[in-house]
Every structure is written in C-alpha cells, then in structure tokens.
Design a protein around this ligand. Sequence first.
Ligand code: NAP
Length: 300
Amino acid sequence: MKALVNTADGLVIKTAAEPIPTASQALVAVRAFSVNRGELALLAARTQDWRPGQDIAGVVVEPAADGSGPAAGARVVALVEDSGWAELAAVPTARLAELPDEVDIEQAAALPLAARTALNTIRLGGNLVGREVLITGATGGVGEFLVQLAVLSGARVTAVARPEAETHLRRIGASLVVPTVADTNSQYHLVVESVGGQILRDAIARTAPGATVVVLGTTSREKTPVDVYDFIGHEGVRLVNYMSYADSSPIDADLGVLVELLASKRLEINLGLCADWTQIDDALDGLRNRTFHGKAVLTI
Ligand SMILES: NC(=O)c1ccc[n+]([C@@H]2O[C@H](COP(=O)([O-])OP(=O)(O)OC[C@H]3O[C@@H](n4cnc5c(N)ncnc54)[C@H](OP(=O)(O)O)[C@@H]3O)[C@@H](O)[C@H]2O)c1
C-alpha cells in the first residue's frame, strides 16, 4: 500500500507494509483525511520515517475479528493516534463510528480531533442554556465547531474573529462577532480560549464570577502573564486545560454524536480546502499561514 511518510526531506508518498489488525481492530481503506494544527509541530519534530495521521474516513475492508464494530463495506470515520494518512489503517473499533448515507466521506474526515475537542470543551461549561459564551480563534477548525455546539447547547455566543468572517460566523449561529476580546463587555459564563497571550488575559477580565475558562491552545505562541489580582471581580473563576490525548470520554460515542448532528444538518462543516493527497504540502502551508478558514481535507 501507499502511505505518507515524514522524512528529513519532508512528507513523501511511499510504499509501506500493510497494517496487520489486532482482534479489536478493523482494517479500513482510507478515502479521506484531515490535517490539524498540532500535526504541524509533530511533523517538524518527527522526521525519521514517522507515519502521521489522526483524522480519517473510509470503508471497512476487514471487520474486527472479535466481532466488535461495523461489518465489511460500512463507511466509517475514526480518530487514530497516527499512521492514518495511508491507503489502509488498522483502527480500534472503540475509536470509530459508522456513517449514515447522508454524510459524505470528505465531510466526515473533517470531524474527529477538532469536533471532538469542541464537543468535550463545551461540555466542561455545564448547562449553557441562556448563558453567555466567548470563543476565540472562532474561524479555526476547532472554533467553527465550538460556535455551533455552544449555540446548539442554548448559549448566546460571542465569536472573536477577523471582520471578514462575520457573515459566516453569524450564519452558523454567533450572536456577536468582534475582532478582539477588548471589544466585548459581557460577563461570560464559559470562555473557550485557543490563541493565548493578551487575548487570554482579556478574556479572564470578562468572566462572570464562578465562570469556566477552558485553555485549549496557544496558536499565537505568546505567553500569558496572569496573577491573582486578575481575578478581583471574577472570584471563583476556574481555569481548566483540555488535552485531547487525556480525554476519557469514549471516542466511538463522541464520534457517533457528531455524525448524528451532521446527518441531521444541525452541524455543518466548512471545508476551507479539499484536494488530492498529493497536495499535502499545500494543505499544510495553508494551515501554517492561515490562508483558509475551517478544515482542510485530503482525498486518497
Ligand atoms: N488541547 C487540545 O487537545 C487541542 C486539540 C485541538 C486543537 N488544539 C489547539 O487549538 C488551537 C486551534 O486549533 P485549530 O485546529 O482550530 O487551528 P486553526 O484551524 O489553525 O485555527 C486557528 C484559529 O486561531 C486564530 N489565530 C491564529 N493566530 C492568531 C493570533 N495571533 N491572534 C488571533 N487569532 C489567531 C485563527 O484566526 P484567523 O482565521 O484570523 O487566522 C483561527 O481562527 C491550536 O492551537 C491547536 O493546537 C488543542
């Protein structure tokens, strides 16, 4: 089979050994995959024939020998740890969900890491009915899912994003779109913050007492100086980090929830880039330089 392999000369499509599934793994013919910002750092660090790839969608060619998971021929989406950017992947059945006819493979491939991260960070905010929620990095792969899932949960959402994204973000449910956190004056019950630096500090300054601030990423790479005096007027605010690799929520169930939302058109996916997998370098450059909004998907 062919697989994308990361070498000292960059990513190359090479012949690789076919995976041999364990009893609880299904063999999946991968048809599409998506790229995530965290993979940019992993690709820079792991150049010794590393096989990347977490978000995949495809067709089961060999069901798991232990009888778990879908039958041969089922269309599936999965979140794997690595090696997913390949023609074949061995996938633990606990990490995949079956796709109904209404969901395209390309759309499904955009879901796993970004949408599950959004789902479980929104859940950290508890009951959001009628609450104010602030989301930074709202045009990103995770951000667009955060906006939609917070709205579905009954929240009133403020999205922080560049002005040209306002029409799109309002269409997917944001009540207010602002270019910086400093332009808001609400008191937020939940903040989901992924940019870092002054933006995180400004967001803490707009929390209601007892609010939750989920720290998800530092896309700007800027450090945030915070001390106890930043919490005067914001007493009881809790800062919580989210790390997808440590998330104990069942992946198959989470993907099932997201697939159902997609199938029933309550969740939509913005494919900012969709191309053949030979265009992987262009997709990664676009992600690195933020030349598209939403998710990038590559097809095999
Ligand atoms: N902890 C976890 O488990 C986990 C899981 C997934 C992702 N993450 C992290 O979460 C972050 C978002 O991921 P993603 O996949 O959504 O990335 P993405 O698609 O690249 O989106 C990045 C978002 O941040 C905005 N942004 C970037 N630099 C900015 C800056 N200097 N100032 C203001 N806004 C800026 C972008 O706005 P523009 O549209 O204007 O460029 C975009 O909305 C990343 O840091 C990623 O590593 C963490």
